[in-house]
Design a protein around this ligand. Sequence first.
Ligand SMILES: [Fe+2]
Length: 390
Amino acid sequence: MRYDRQWSFYNPVRVRSGPGLIKELPAFATQAGSGRSEAGRGLIVTSPGFTARGLTARVRELFGDQRLEVIDAVRPNPDIKAIETARARLQGKNIQFIIGIGGGSVLDTAKSLSYLLSVDQPQFSLKKHLVDKAHLPQVNPLFMIAVPTTAGTGSEATNFATVWDSENQKKYSLTGPNLFPGIALLDPELTLSLPEETTVVTGLDVLSHALESVWNFNAGPVSISYAARAIDIVLDTLPALLKDPHNLDSRSKMLTGSLCGGICISATRTALAHSISYPITAALGAPHGLACSFTLPALLKFNAKNDDGRIKMAAALVGCSSIDELLSRIRELFAAVDINKLLARYQVSAENVLALSAEMFTPERSGNNLRPAGPEDVKAILHNALYNSP
Ligand SMILES: [Fe+2]
């Protein structure tokens, strides 16, 4: 890859990683609140499962008598309406900082609220902006601490949030230059009890972020270094983790991989594998990490034909002597996690998926792909992915 072409990189997220760090949340929040009013309160955004496991109560305890609001109804694939309902509930409560604790849906909801609660225009709505393309007012979002409980989304390190319009089965992205969380707090103890399927599909999402940022027009040498770190971690760690799911070091590694994946897509955004995934998730309910990863070997082969050295650079950084060797290692990973079983579970078959191919072009994703792809290319990629996968 040539270095004398234009590229850019910016990521201001402060990272803290280590077992048990969640106990330090109040100290981080105090830093976040400095300069803001004493009467303000914090907001915890999380999932019903986190509360059911007693963890929301544990976080509340850490904060003693500090006033906290809790939104714990976040469901997978967060919806515009649900976020606006939460915004209405919180308006006027003088929220000073937000802690998002959960998977990608939780972090993206928290990020959306960090923005919406800062907008001083009651007539502005998420729907008007995302669906009707109304102008996004430039404000400083509330300080947010992102605490991922899955190793996949990378949302803790990006300045965008995925939001769904479930009525129309459409996916949107709320994006702003200031939407980066202030702090990403990686505590591997929070991921120790993740079920096997969640561990696998979120881990595959990391791989997809990393590879998609490599075969991407926006890639640069810095983003490729982060991508390679993420690829290396997933290829090595995910199979080991399935054999030893309570291994704290492996869980920490996967969180680091996820963070690196987030950092690299914060510079490049994703590409065709993600564009292909959205109708599959909307129509079949396939988990995001599965829907955006089963095409990766086919896309690696497709993009390798236009490689200007960036894919080779990433392969070399992962310790592979060729792109073909990287391809083999990805196929070995897919066999180790039994991706075919997951594809069958969610009915991701050639027949079901090819029927959706016309909806698989979102220009802001597929347009990033290193090798331009038309409708026939996408059909060939799907065919290749579903008939040649291990
Ligand atoms: Fe993703």
